[in-house]
Ligand binder design. Structure first.
Ligand code: ATP
Ligand code: MG
Ligand code: MG
Ligand code: MG
Length: 580
């Protein structure tokens, strides 16, 4: 301790809102360099490296191969996938001396896709999983809680490459299993939640959320079955479309009048009663789902309409429905989402006439041109029913933000949903062919045919893990690390002035070190009192604290468990054996 580059602080830093941030700064693990950008001090670096080692061991064990990309990346691959634009202010962009654009990598799908394309060309090369543990840069709007949401942070990101969907499923399952092992070893409480609704041909995705009140994600879990989902991903089966009297066939009825609404409210209360309170007219005005009924009778959800208060609708749209589109969108803006939005009807079109105004976002499956000229084409070619429910998304699922504690579980008949907070520690995602298509990654299959590679991407917040583990492992005195994570195994305090104390403490340190046990030895003499040394030992939080003090005259040292506070006096000669 007399040599270690550390200064513990008695007072909390004033920018720290969460315990892990306060303690990591006070105990001398990290220092802030700029907002959301931190320096690892020697103690912090040890902890960070322990986390990194565990992550690396589990990735290697599942057969993924480590490589490392640069953090400074050329713009072109990110332009090919449109992410140079999509990221907006979210990335750090730099120019070289010739004026060429670069970015600091926020995530590396593009680079991994290209390196596989560079080197591989046959199905025989697959499957392969590659990973790196590397610094990422994101210009987060609200960096917070120290390392939890940094603008520079370390991520383990891996990517799997397969040429069949079954292969992708297997790679995904292998990563999932490796993540469970990794997070069990890291020793924090977590829940695996669905991360996407999985509808609209969507890809499978799950998040590993550390259960923490200070987290920024809200998830729901069922009180009865194992169902758990990020609220953004909750799917509840769409109630059967409710046809109602008075709407003629082949007629679009976007803004029902008062008597129609009254009928709908009655129909809803009769056929789909709500548990908490009856449906009201306000519900019908808030959430209108347009059903597209094809001439052959098959139905599909067409759009959600959100008539009513403009400002409220605007907020809802901004919060919930980006990037499908928000009002008011110009035709030019719509062209940015060619795959998603085929058409859009604003209040200017239908609303003027009907006074209430209706806007809706159109499901991508609507055939080309149909919805854009809804007034004409929809009338002619399709029958639209009007369905009223709560918070429909374009694919017919119910919007997550509206899920409340106490709602029925979408997965089983018995449970209700309860909500809790968490922070994302890992994310596994079946990307499918999105990046392979954009960057033209194909291999020859068994029949000599070119097939597009299908990919998975899998992230772990390696630097985020440090504060997350700290959140679950501290008390009022300081940190108490799990042994595999701690910066050392034993913290030896020489408590007194007598030279023989220091000799005995140093001898014990050396003995332990010789057995491969990592020791912090508080050899500070002079003005540093035993009280200060004990406080520092508790704050730093190494699992075992050994005091070489008054007991030494009787040949004893005290061994204390930092977490439980349990103490035992042990003969000096037996100390090393007891600790090991
Ligand atoms: P979040 O929802 O917390 O913003 P994300 O979904 O944007 O995370 P991904 O792109 O899925 O993050 O990245 C993989 C992992 O990287 C996340 O699961 C998380 O653990 C970690 N991570 C993401 N952003 C940050 C950050 N700003 N600081 C520290 N770790 C981060
Ligand atoms: Mg994010
Ligand atoms: Mg996330
Ligand atoms: Mg994520």
């Amino acid at each position: 301790m007399s040599q270690l580059f550390v200064r513990t602080l008695r007072d909390d830093p004033n920018d720290a809102e969460v315990p892990s941030h306060r303690l990591l700064v006070r105990a001398g693990y990290i220092r802030r360099a700029a907002p959301g950008i931190y320096t690892w001090l020697p103690l912090g670096l040890k902890v960070y490296r322990n986390v990194e080692r565990i992550v690396r061991e589990e990735m290697d064990a599942m057969g993924a191969q480590e490589l490392q990309f640069p953090a400074l990346l050329p713009k072109e691959p990110y332009e090919a996938t449109n992410r140079w634009e999509e990221y907006g202010d979210g990335i750090f962009r730099v120019k070289d001396r010739k004026g060429a654009d670069y970015l600091l990598g926020p995530t590396h799908e593009e680079m991994f896709t290209l390196v596989v394309k560079d080197l591989y060309s046959s199905y025989k090369d697959l499957p392969v999983s590659l990973y790196q543990i590397q610094t990422k840069y994101r210009d987060e709007a609200r960096p917070r809680a120290g390392l939890m949401r940094g603008r520079e942070f370390v991520m383990k990101d891996s990517y799997s490459f397969d040429y069949t969907h079954a292969g992708l499923e297997a790679s995904y399952a292998a990563h999932r299993a490796a993540y469970i092992k990794t997070f069990d070893r890291l020793g924090f409480d977590y829940v695996i939640v669905k991360a996407t609704a999985g509808a609209m041909g969507g890809s499978k995705s799950e998040e590993f959320l550390a259960k923490l009140e200070v987290g920024e994600d809200t998830f729901v879990q069922c009180t009865s079955c194992g169902y758990a989902a990020n609220v953004e991903a909750v799917t509840v089966p769409t109630p059967a479309p409710i046809a109602y009297d008075g709407v003629p066939a082949a007629h679009v009825e976007p803004t029902p009048d008062a008597s129609t609404i009254a009928k709908l409210v009655d129909a809803l209360n009769a056929d789909h009663p709500r548990a908490d309170r009856p449906w009201t007219a306000a519900d019908t005005l808030k959430n209108v789902l347009m059903m597209l009924v094809h001439p052959d009778g098959t139905r599909e959800p067409l759009a959600i309409g959100l008539p009513g208060d403009r400002e409220v609708d605007q907020k809802r749209l901004e919060g919930q429905l980006e990037p499908i589109g928000v009002e008011p969108m110009t035709e030019d803006e719509l062209k940015q989402f060619p795959d998603v939005v085929k058409g859009y009807i604003g209040p200017g079109v239908l609303g003027e006439e009907s006074k209430t105004g209706i806007r809706f976002l159109v499901d991508p499956r609507v055939s080309e041109g149909t919805a854009w000229v809804a007034g004409a084409d929809l009338h002619e070619h399709h029958v639209v029913d009007l369905v009223v429910g709560r918070d429909f998304t374009p694919d017919g699922t119910i919007e997550a933000a509206e899920v409340r504690a106490g709602d029925a579980c979408p997965n089983c008949a018995d449970g209700v949903l309860e909500t809790a907070r968490g922070i994302e520690m890992g994310h596994i995602f079946q990307l499918g062919t999105k990046y392979a298509e954009a960057l033209d990654l194909k291999v020859l299959d068994e029949n000599g045919k070119l097939v597009t590679v299908t990919m998975g991407s899998y992230g772990i917040g390696v630097s985020r893990a440090v504060p997350v583990i700290a959140e679950g492992n501290h008390d009022e005195l300081g940190l108490c690390w799990p042994r595999e994570i701690a910066p050392a195994d034993v913290h030896i305090v020489a408590a007194g002035k007598d030279a023989t104390l220091f000799e005995a403490a140093e001898a014990l340190s050396n003995e332990l070190a010789a057995q491969g046990i990592e020791v912090i030895y508080d050899d500070r003499a002079g003005k540093v009192s035993p009280g200060v040394k004990f406080k520092d030992a508790e704050l730093i939080g190494v699992p075992t604290i050994v005091t070489v003090g008054r007991g030494l005259v009787d040949g004893l040292v005290e061994i204390k468990d930092r977490r439980t506070g349990e103490k035992q006096d042990v003969a000096v000669a037996d100390a090393a054996a007891t600790i090991a």
